[in-house]
Design a protein around this ligand. Structure first.
Ligand code: NAP
Length: 398
């Protein structure tokens, strides 16, 4: 968004700019929310803006305040309006309370995007400001955009679990690979660049053992913005099929083993000892000793089905500090996330090709829907053109 200091902005433009600013923190602030702030003078002219850039660093409001020279700050802030995407925080955490910081200055009005869902803050930030004589009100515009912006944090706070997005590249007829496993590349370079960005934004990437073995992917972000960041990897591998190849795999070469979690079935593991799969116990032990996190799930908890209870898995991963997960397939993995209602968003990259129903794998081939009324629906759908590919993204609400 192109703006200049001194430019007149409407309330809607100010919130739009605050959202744009907030996005600069994506991928760097977890477990905090991304937040942006904009300050307008009495005549509605832009005098400062800022964002929360990293966890433990200045909050957006403070970043915007600090851009105004300390010597003139009191004078410049007289009668100003502050627009911030999330209610200013009321509690002293890693940094001082933003509500109290704002209340120190002669600001006339604070407009906030969303009430903070954090029970320690909710409504109290606004209250502190009102008590200090600052007019404080929620934004009347761009509510959906503000909720989309904060979707990871809102899910973390409201449901105490991680936010999950499914990402897939398909043909026009919905296929993600040929039956012989070949899938590289279905999407174009622009689409793959966007995927690199998403990998940087999300705390972890999750794949099934099939994709891990067939594609030999690295699953890290090579986007210039995220070169210094290493994402976590989660592999759903109930039977331990990846174990013999794990250490040499590209995914294990590009990140510390401490940033890998393997999800194994307790029942499958019990079958290894005394069988020709006995060496898997040793391979598993070695990975654990070298720092890989192991999560064992109980098949009996899902009526003897080998599919992991994904609500349980999400809570476990959230407990490990992972606030957001990007699921990168394959077909079986995506299908189970949809079947169990365990995904919050979809990113589907679509290439203008057909791969054929009898020769290729459909990305939801293992999803079964009882009748037409039960079909899975997206809301707040957005379409983006990426050269000759399209990106469809939307929220899954249950
Ligand atoms: N175009 C794309 O965007 C894209 C992306 C990724 C992959 N692919 C393609 O997809 C193909 C692989 O798909 P796939 O369906 O064969 O494999 P997959 O989904 O990657 O892995 C399947 C295996 O993962 C485990 N698993 C998955 N979901 C599980 C759950 N909820 N609970 C427990 N275990 C779970 C199971 O292991 P067990 O067998 O041990 O039970 C299952 O057999 C490859 O050809 C790959 O190239 C394409």
């Amino acid at each position: 968004m192109k703006v200049e200091l001194g430019q007149n902005l409407s309330a809607e433009q100010a919130i739009k700019l605050a959202i744009f600013e907030a996005k600069k923190g994506q991928g760097f602030v977890a477990p905090n929310p991304v937040v942006g702030a904009v300050i307008l003078d009495q005549q509605g002219r832009l005098i400062s803006f800022g964002h929360h850039a990293r966890c433990g660093g200045d909050h957006a409001e403070v970043a915007a305040l600090k851009k105004i020279p300390a010597k003139t700050r009191t004078e410049v802030l007289k009668g100003t309006q502050v627009f911030v995407t999330l209610e200013p925080c009321a509690h002293q955490g890693r940094t001082p309370s933003c509500a109290q910081e704002l209340a120190r200055w002669p600001i006339a009005k604070v407009v906030y995007g969303l009430e903070d869902p954090n029970p320690r803050v909710s409504g109290r930030g606004a209250e502190i400001l009102r008590q200090a004589g600052v007019l404080c009100e929620p934004s009347e515009v761009l509510q959906e955009e503000l909720e989309d912006l904060a979707e990871i944090f809102l899910t973390n706070m409201r449901q105490q679990t991680c936010f999950v997005a499914l990402k897939v590249a398909t043909s026009l007829d919905g296929h993600l690979a040929m039956r012989d496993g070949k899938s590289q590349w279905i999407s174009n370079e622009k689409a793959r660049h966007s995927v690199q960005y998403l990998r940087g934004v999300y705390d972890a990437v999750l794949v099934g053992s099939g994709t891990f073995l067939v594609d030999q992917p690295r699953l890290n972000s090579r986007h210039p913005r995220f070169m210094q960041k290493t994402n976590h990897l989660v592999v759903l591998d109930p039977s331990g099929d990846t174990l013999p190849h794990f250490i040499e795999s590209p995914a294990a070469q590009v990140r510390p083993l401490q940033q890998i979690t393997l999800v194994i079935s307790r029942q499958q593991k019990e079958k290894w000892s005394g069988s020709q799969l006995g060496q898997r116990d040793q391979q598993l032990k070695e990975l654990q000793e070298r720092g890989v996190t192991l999560l064992f799930f109980d098949e009996s908890s899902r009526g003897g089905q080998s599919s992991v209870d994904l609500a349980w898995l999400k809570k476990e991963l959230f407990g490990m500090g992972l606030t957001s997960i990007l699921v990168e397939g394959g077909a079986h993995t995506h299908s189970t996330f949809l079947q169990q209602g365990a995904a919050d968003r979809i990113y589907q990259f679509i290439a203008p090709v057909f791969m054929g129903g009898s020769s290729a794998i459909n990305w939801t081939q293992d999803l079964s829907i009882r009748d037409f009324d039960q079909r899975v629906k997206l809301s707040r759908v957005q379409f983006f053109r990426l050269g000759e590919n399209a990106l469809v993204t939307g929220r899954l609400f249950r």
